[in-house]
Design a protein around this ligand. Structure first.
Ligand code: MLT
Length: 301
């Protein structure tokens, strides 16, 4: 009987697919395989480990080099949570340009006993006037499953989309709406009103992909990072926010410094946190492990 260790609030919905021939528990000491969401996994801590499946796209919580050295297969679930992330990105951008979260919080903070309440409410119209997405240019950095969905959603909102893909052979470009312009990174940065990154974090490769040098060309108002911290160099972003040349930074990776900055809207790594995405990821991860253990079949590793 194969043993699978589950770690870190993995959705239980897919686990039934293992059927009766697997022992699945979070307390197995030296499992054949691990099923994990965001917990750190040091593959050296397990004897006889064959595989790790990450219920998500990024695998930076797993010691990939150590796993490779020992022939341990590491799987991820590309695309299984892409829609959840893409929907959040477009929602957050839409709210930012309309000052929607700020305006709603302002209304909630009003004095309901104010005799001039209606007049005060009305003053919010001017105070929180925003802009529209239609006709603006969205720069998409990375055309994997998430980037493609974001690009297509933006097109459906009548935005112009200009995109850069660092690995053109391993992408989903055939799924793109035909009106997305493909360009090099500098051109994308220089021509966008809003920039959004959707590449994995790879140390020394996509680390600081948006950096002081290329961000100097950005003339737009919002930068979004719902991929991973570390892909956007923060010192120049903080300086741009402080000088007012950048209106806001929207991200899914809060740090103490980001939380304190009023021009930063950050979320608790919420991109993939929908019922649907959690179930999709869990099912895909379970199927990958089963196929590997039962048939030696490797996909998404
Ligand atoms: C991902 O890499 O797909 C996300 O980080 C998933 C998650 O939030 O668990």
């Amino acid at each position: 009987m194969a043993t699978i260790k589950t770690m870190n609030n993995i959705s239980k919905k897919g686990l039934g697919l293992f059927g009766p021939f697997y022992q699945v528990s979070d307390s197995i000491e030296n499992p054949d395989a691990i099923l994990v969401r965001s917990a750190q996994v040091d593959t050296d801590n397990f004897d006889g480990l064959l595989a790790v499946a990450r219920a998500g796209a990024g695998v930076n919580n797993i010691t990939i080099d150590k796993a490779s050295a020992k022939g341990i297969c590491v799987f991820n679930t590309p695309g299984a949570n892409a829609n959840a992330v893409a929907e959040l990105v477009m929602t957050v951008l839409g709210m930012a340009v309309r000052n929607a979260d700020k305006a709603a919080a302002w209304v909630k903070g009003l004095d309901v006993n104010d005799p001039d309440l209606a007049k005060t409410v009305e003053s919010g119209k001017k105070k929180f006037a925003g802009m529209e997405l239609a006709g603006k240019t969205l720069g998409v950095v990375g055309l994997g499953k998430i980037g493609v969905l974001v690009a297509n959603y933006a097109r459906w909102k009548n935005m112009r989309v200009i995109a850069y893909e660092p690995y053109p052979n391993a992408n989903n470009m055939h799924e793109l709406s035909n009106k997305v312009e493909i360009a090099d990174l500098d051109t994308v940065i220089a021509n966008s009103d809003f920039l959004t990154v959707h590449v994995p974090f790879i140390k020394g490769v996509t680390e600081n992909l948006l950096n002081r040098k290329n961000l100097a060309q950005f003339k737009g108002s919002y930068i979004m990072n719902f991929a991973r911290g570390g892909i956007v160099e923060m010192d120049p972003v903080n300086e741009m926010l402080a000088s007012g040349s950048l209106q806001g930074y929207l991200c899914d990776f809060p740090t103490a410094e980001l939380i304190k900055n009023d021009k930063v809207t950050c979320f608790p790594h919420l991109g993939a946190s929908t019922e649907e995405a959690e179930e999709n990821c869990a099912v895909m991860a379970v199927e990958e492990l089963k196929d590997y253990i039962e048939y030696g079949c490797v996909r998404n590793s």
